[in-house]
Write a protein that binds this ligand. Structure first.
Ligand SMILES: O=P(O)(O)O[C@@H]1C[C@H](O)[C@@H](CO)O1
Length: 300
C-alpha cells in the first residue's frame, strides 16, 4: 500500500515496492510479451505504438494501480508488441504533475517497467524551443536535462529510499546514453533527416501554464535549448533503478522570448506539429530499437 510522508512541501504520497510489483505481476499475467524496451509517448506522439506487431493493449483504467491520463493527445493505453525483433511496451499517454498526480504516480510506470524486465527506456516529448537554431518540426536528441521541479525539492526520489531499486544518492551526470545518442544521429543521416536533428538540453518545468517571457529569457541564458512539462522526473527514476535512457524532444513551437513578439503558443498547435512529424519520429525510433543492443547496458 502506498504511504504518505511529510516533506518540505506538505504531505506527499509515496509508492512502495509492493505497489509496483502488484501492477507488474498483473501485466505479466495478462500478456505473453516480455519487454526489453519501454517507450513513453509525448503529447500527440501516441502513434509510435502503431508500429508494434502482435499487440496486446490495455487501457490504463483496467490496469491495477495505474494512474489515469487526463490530457488531450494522451490516449491512456499501454501497448505491448514486437518492433523489429525486439519486444517493447509503449505508453500512449504519460502522467504530468500538473494533472494533480503525486510524483510517485507521475513516474509509477517506470519502476513497473523495471520489474517487467525492461532494460532501456525511450522517452519522447513535445517541447518549445529556446535555442535560436531549433524550429518547430525539428527533433532534439536530449543530451542532458535541467529538472526545475527537482531543484526546488519536488523530486520523485523524495521519501524513504527503496534500496531494491537504487541508491539513496544516485549520480545523474550520465543520464542519456551516449551510445544511443550517437546511433540515433547516424540513423538520422541514413534516413535523410539529419538537417532536422540536433542534440540539446531539455528543461522540465511544472506547467501547466506556458512560460512568461522573463522565464523564457532566464532559461535561454542558463543554456536550456528546449522546455517542456515532463520527462525529467521519469528519467531520474529510470536512472536510479539502472535503466539505460534515450530521449527525444519534438520541437512543436518557439518559446516567445521578446515582448515585441505577438506569437502565442497553445496545446492544439503543439498537437498539430506532433502529428506532422509523427512519421519521421516513428521511423527514427523504430530503427533505433532495431539496431540497439539489448543485452548489454554498457554498450550501444
Ligand atoms: O507529455 P509532453 O511533455 O509531450 O507534453 C507537453 C507538455 C504539456 O503536457 C503539453 C503542452 O502542450 O505538451
Amino acid at each position: 500500500m502506498s504511504k504518505s510522508w511529510v516533506s518540505l512541501w506538505g504531505s506527499e504520497q509515496v509508492c512502495v515496492h509492493d505497489d509496483y510489483q502488484k501492477t507488474a505481476d498483473w501485466l505479466l499475467s495478462q500478456t505473453k510479451h516480455r519487454p526489453q524496451v519501454a517507450i513513453i509517448c509525448g503529447s500527440g506522439l501516441g502513434m509510435l505504438a502503431d508500429a508494434l506487431k502482435c499487440q496486446d493493449a490495455f487501457h490504463y483504467t483496467d490496469i491495477p494501480g495505474f494512474p489515469q491520463s487526463t490530457v488531450q493527445g494522451h490516449a491512456g493505453r499501454l501497448v505491448f508488441g514486437e518492433l523489429k525483433g525486439k519486444t517493447c511496451v509503449c505508453m500512449q499517454g504519460r502522467f504530468h504533475m500538473y494533472e494533480g498526480h503525486s510524483l510517485c504516480k507521475t513516474t509509477f510506470p517506470v519502476r513497473v517497467f523495471k520489474l517487467l524486465g525492461v532494460e532501456t527506456l525511450i522517452v519522447t516529448n513535445a517541447a518549445g524551443s529556446l535555442a535560436d537554431g531549433l524550429k518547430p518540426g525539428d527533433i532534439m536528441i536530449i543530451k542532458d536535462h535541467v529538472n526545475f521541479p527537482g531543484l526546488g525539492g519536488f523530486n520523485p526520489l523524495n521519501g524513504p529510499n527503496d534500496d531494491k531499486f537504487g541508491p539513496r544518492f544516485p549520480a545523474m551526470s550520465a543520464c542519456y546514453n551516449p551510445g544511443l545518442r550517437c546511433l540515433a544521429m547516424d540513423i538520422a543521416k541514413q534516413q535523410g533527416v539529419a538537417e532536422l536533428v540536433q542534440e540539446g538540453v531539455y528543461a522540465a518545468v511544472g506547467g501547466p501554464n506556458f512560460e512568461t517571457i522573463a522565464e523564457a529569457k532566464l532559461m535561454h541564458r542558463l543554456g536550456v535549448d528546449a522546455v517542456g512539462m515532463s520527462t525529467a522526473p521519469e528519467v531520474v527514476v529510470a536512472v536510479h533503478c539502472g535503466l539505460r535512457v534515450f530521449g527525444i524532444s519534438l520541437i512543436t513551437n518557439k518559446v516567445v522570448k521578446s515582448y515585441e513578439d505577438r506569437e502565442c503558443v497553445n496545446h492544439e498547435g503543439v498537437l498539430e506539429v506532433s502529428k506532422l512529424r509523427s512519421h519521421t519520429l516513428q521511423q527514427l525510433v523504430s530503427e533505433l530499437v532495431s539496431r540497439m543492443d539489448v543485452n548489454n547496458n554498457t554498450a550501444v
